[in-house]
Design a protein around this ligand. Structure first.
Ligand SMILES: Nc1c(NC[C@H](O)[C@H](O)[C@H](O)CO)[nH]c(=O)[nH]c1=O
Ligand SMILES: CC(=O)[C@@H](O)COP(=O)(O)O
Length: 168
């Protein structure tokens, strides 16, 4: 049960000037809700104003790239956090969605020139998902918190000025 985390932040995370979008799937909503609440609460702790946290939903994780792209085109959005929970069933459906969504979300940030945070849990069991969503007291933590910190760091470091300067 390894959660090494991304280590210490290398700068003060200040979200006070940022506008962050969360696009989340609705499948496995109990886990999704815990991840999204953890993410929103951490964004607020980092200074992101409530009115600058935009939340949108899509049916399932397969729709995350489309939903995230539709939000990312808005120039005022500094970063998109895409959240989904895939739980392995008895067919290869899980594998095909996991890989395709991962690839598309990675590509999206370069197409849009802004951070798209990978908030897709690809779990073999519901228990694995709950552990990573902070739903088991005293065990592991809520990855939604990590994704909020990642969004603020990346948007702060690679914000509009960086994009304007280097993505011509
Ligand atoms: N099984 C899970 C799904 N499946 C639904 C797909 O994501 C998609 O919405 C459908 O195939 C229509 O295009 N989605 C999840 O987010 N999590 C799952 O465990
Ligand atoms: C991730 C999925 O799509 C999966 O939960 C669907 O279950 P199954 O593979 O049994 O159809």
């Amino acid at each position: 049960m390894a959660v090494s985390g991304r280590g210490q932040n290398d700068q003060n995370l200040d979200g006070s000037k940022l506008k962050i979008a969360i696009v989340h799937a609705r499948w496995n909503e109990e886990v999704i809700d815990s991840l999204v609440i953890g993410c929103i609460n951490r964004l607020k702790e980092l200074g992101v104003k409530e009115e600058n946290i935009i939340v949108d939903t899509v049916p399932g994780s397969f729709e995350l790239p489309m939903g995230s792209a539709a939000v990312a085109v808005n120039a005022s959005i500094d970063a998109v956090i895409s959240i989904g929970v895939l739980i392995k069933g008895s067919t290869m459906h899980f594998e095909y969605i996991s890989q395709s969504v991962t690839n598309q979300l990675m590509d999206l940030q370069f197409k849009m020139g802004k951070p798209v945070i990978f908030g897709l849990l690809t779990c073999l069991t519901l228990e694995q998902a709950k552990l990573r969503a902070g739903m088991v007291p005293g065990a592991m933590h809520n990855h939604g918190v990590d994704w909020a910190e990642c969004a603020v760091e990346m948007a702060s470091k690679y914000g509009q000025d960086f994009r304007t300067a280097t993505w011509k």
